[in-house]
Design a protein around this ligand. Structure first.
Ligand SMILES: [Zn+2]
Length: 432
């Protein structure tokens, strides 16, 4: 029967093999509107050849490690537990710098699985290039390949940026990796040192745009154009720090007797801070700060708004302080190092960041409405054909970005093929 022959000749998808590879590139501190006042031909071209979201909203706390870990886990900060760039222990008073935390699993491994591990457990090969959290072990499992930023790593060396792209392209094309995250420390570094509204920041955006051009060329050169999807995103924005004489800066020691009332604190890190009062001094600390400064908001842990998705975690200290946009949480001294900073409320437009995507599974010239970065996780899972771990994201914000022909469920085609086969056979029998 002719009909049956036609049927058998149709391609039958065999699960995982039909899913394209995925590269996620994160440029730290890339504010949502940085492409609007700098010359960015490659980013502009990508908006036409792929997907651009108007902006995305990072989780509250708008800091590097907490926000990157929300992207790679799809969990709110209170669930994944990476509540700060610094690793700390309020009891022992130990603190570790952002870079020092990168190999310390006890800071990252809090029972939530990042996508690298979930994908590996479903048969995929994954890697992390400098991405926060990639160097840790999760329930004893390491990422297949993880490069961790060294202490002396230069943030803005364009030649090294290109070399890193070449390395990652080799992982995809020669070693058949399925999923790689690639992290760059700019434009965050320049945003802090020079401020977001400066010539230097515009220059680093142009450098990033060249690098994106280089990435597109490298994808072609490695014959990955039709089998690699790319997401370009970031962790938070940046704002200019307000200083005297324009404003009265916030120095908490003006209102709070640190030596008498404070046992431990995480202050001097931008717009967000935490305080551990001495035994029985919580009310005194709260009362000292609650009306201290018009641009300072103080919360008892139990009163942190639900929308922050923070209060549930044991690492959140009894008192949380947040500054209005541009007002840093200084403790005893004001360090005049940073001209720009973040950590402010994620509702502020200056804290919003970017989302771009292109590749075989993404629509072209598609402008997406703003969404929360927690929703990137289910999108990555769908692109890779990975069954997601429990998460706080939803596909409803991002599935419109995918081409109409994208078929997410590996089992559907098999069922469909069986149905067509049976129907055709019935039809053939009917004809005979
Ligand atoms: Zn930063």
């Amino acid at each position: 029967c002719v009909c049956v022959c036609v049927c058998v000749a149709l391609p039958v998808r065999s699960g995982r093999k039909t899913f394209n590879k995925l590269l996620v590139v994160s440029f730290d501190g890339f504010r949502w509107d940085y492409d609007q006042d700098a010359d960015t031909p490659n980013l502009d071209k990508l908006a036409q050849e792929g997907v651009k979201a108007k902006y995305i909203t990072p989780p509250m706390i708008t800091m590097t490690s907490p926000s990157h870990f929300t992207t790679i886990t799809g969990r709110w900060i209170e669930d994944h537990g990476v509540v700060h760039n610094l690793m700390f222990n309020a009891t022992s008073k130990q603190m570790f710098s952002h870079k020092a935390t990168q190999n310390r699993s006890e800071w990252w491994d809090n029972g939530v699985m990042p996508l690298w591990i979930t994908a590996q457990n479903q048969g995929l090969k994954t890697a992390s290039f400098h991405y926060p959290g990639g160097g840790a072990n999760y329930s004893g499992q390491a990422v297949n390949r993880a490069l961790v930023e060294s202490y002396t790593h230069p943030d803005s060396n364009e030649t090294e940026w290109r070399e890193n792209i070449d390395i990652v392209m080799g992982w995809f094309s020669q070693e058949d990796f399925d999923f790689v995250t690639l992290y760059y420390g700019e434009p965050d570094n320049v945003g802090h040192r020079k401020g977001p509204e400066t010539v230097e920041r515009k220059e680093i955006i142009r450098q990033i745009d060249h690098t994106i051009g280089y990435l597109i060329e490298a994808i072609h050169k490695h014959n990955l154009t039709h089998r690699l999807n790319v997401i370009i995103t970031s962790d938070h924005g940046m704002t200019t720090i307000k200083k005297i004489p324009e404003v009265q800066e916030i120095k908490l020691s003006n209102y709070l007797a640190f030596s008498k009332l404070v046992d431990f604190h995480l202050l001097d890190y931008g717009g967000f801070g935490m305080i551990t009062p001495k035994q029985g001094k919580e009310e005194e600390v709260y009362n000292a700060l609650v009306n201290a400064h018009p641009n300072l908001t103080v919360y008892r842990k139990g009163e942190i708004p639900e929308s922050f998705h923070l209060a549930k975690n044991s690492r959140i200290q009894p008192i949380v302080v947040v500054g209005d946009l541009g007002f840093n949480m200084n403790s005893r001294f004001i360090f005049y190092v940073n001209k720009g900073d973040h950590g402010f409320h994620n509702g502020e437009m200056d804290m919003k960041t970017i989302f771009r995507a292109f590749g075989p599974d993404f629509k072209k010239n598609y402008l997406a409405e703003p969404f929360d970065s927690v929703n990137i996780y289910p999108l990555m899972c769908r692109l890779l054909g990975v069954t997601p771990a429990p998460n706080n994201g939803s596909l409803s914000f991002t599935e419109g970005m995918l081409v109409d022909s994208f078929d997410p469920a590996p089992t559907t085609p098999a069922i469909l093929m069986s149905f067509i086969l049976v129907a055709t056979m019935v039809f053939c029998i009917f004809l005979m």
